[in-house]
Design a binder for this molecule. Structure first.
Ligand SMILES: [Zn+2]
Length: 334
């Protein structure tokens, strides 16, 4: 996910400065390190709505990755392993296939049933199925990004209260700016990223045959599929933002990719959705990286940029322990 950046570093520094001021110590203000904020954001609960188009019903627990085509091939005794980031250090924990693995508050009972096609077929047969899987992946990424936004919003209100609304006496005049400005920048960035993820979600919505009319320009080229040979026995769902430059990047210089990897006999079935102008470029870059680095390294980059993946327990326990440690170590900075 990679939210850590200059603004969050500046925010962390300003909070440390606050903690060193006697007036705040007496008021019981605790500075939050980036690490503690990350933990709090991961545990922040968000009142969610069904992520289906034009529905606001209460969601139930939804699988992000299809049980039949994605998780069942990895399961041992009805369980897979998933990373757990809190408490640190990251560890792998057993998650049941039925109600736990990759589950988040996604869709209401009625709309959850629309994904039954995966459980009946066990494979992603058609372009519509691929789009439907990516629609689920995009929904989870939107939910997760909203959770971060909501957490930042909570922080903003908390610090506005003690710095501006009811300021504690003898506080340096420019401190409020140093605390709140980087936080506001981060909230703007998160809001932009939410808009971009919503555009991908709309593309997947239209291409999966879900009823209704999205507002975004739909182009089948937005969705790609390629087979990656890899020894990693995993399923994954995630998103990333790629820095781009050139014509058409005046408004955004970071473009989103929503991606899912599903296990196959020889590696993973890698599917992704991005904005139409980026799709061919991202596919070419991915193929180049696979040629240069090999499938394992390309998959590893994703395993260390999101915690939202599952591994075959038997494979994980018997694979190289130094590699496992390095993956979990790098996940600790997600
Ligand atoms: Zn619904």
């Amino acid at each position: 996910m990679g939210i850590e950046n200059e603004d969050m570093e500046a925010f962390g520094r300003a909070l440390q400065e606050m903690e060193h001021l006697q007036v705040f110590r007496r008021a019981g203000v605790h500075a939050e390190s980036w690490s503690s904020m990350r933990s709090a954001a991961h545990q922040h609960s968000l009142v969610a709505e069904c992520t289906w188009p034009n529905c606001s019903a209460t969601p139930v627990g939804s699988h992000t990755i299809a049980k039949g085509s994605g998780l069942a091939p990895l399961a041992v005794g009805g369980h897979v392993l998933m990373p757990r980031l809190i408490p640190r250090p990251a560890t792998m924990v057993k998650r049941g296939l039925q109600h736990q693995a990759t589950v988040y508050p996604g869709y209401c009972v009625e709309h959850e049933q629309r994904f039954g096609v995966f459980e009946r077929l066990g494979v992603l047969e058609t372009t519509e199925h691929v789009a439907l899987q990516l629609f689920r992946s995009a929904s989870r990424e939107i939910w997760n990004k909203r959770r971060w936004f909501d957490y930042f919003d909570t922080l903003q209100r908390q610090y506005q209260e003690i710095l501006i609304v009811n300021p504690i006496r003898d506080v340096p005049l420019d401190l409020a700016d140093r605390v709140l400005r980087p936080l506001e920048n981060q909230m703007h960035r998160t809001r932009d990223e939410l808009d971009l993820l919503a555009a991908i979600w709309q593309i997947c919505w239209a291409l999966s045959g879900i009823e209704g009319t999205p507002q975004f320009d739909i182009h089948p080229e937005s969705i790609k599929r390629l087979a990656i040979d890899t020894s990693r026995n995993i399923a994954l769902s995630g998103s990333t933002f790629i820095a781009v430059s050139g014509p058409g990047t005046e408004r955004y210089n970071r473009w989103p990719v929503v991606l899912a990897m599903l296990p196959t006999a020889t590696g993973v079935d890698c599917i992704f959705a991005t904005l139409p102008a980026m799709a061919n470029q991202y596919e070419a870059e991915l193929l180049l990286r696979i040629n240069q680095l090999g499938g394992d390294r390309v998959v590893d980059e994703w395993l260390t940029s999101t915690e939202w993946w599952c591994a075959d327990p038997e494979w994980w326990e018997t694979t190289d322990s130094a590699w496992r440690r390095s993956i979990l170590h790098r996940l600790d900075s997600v």
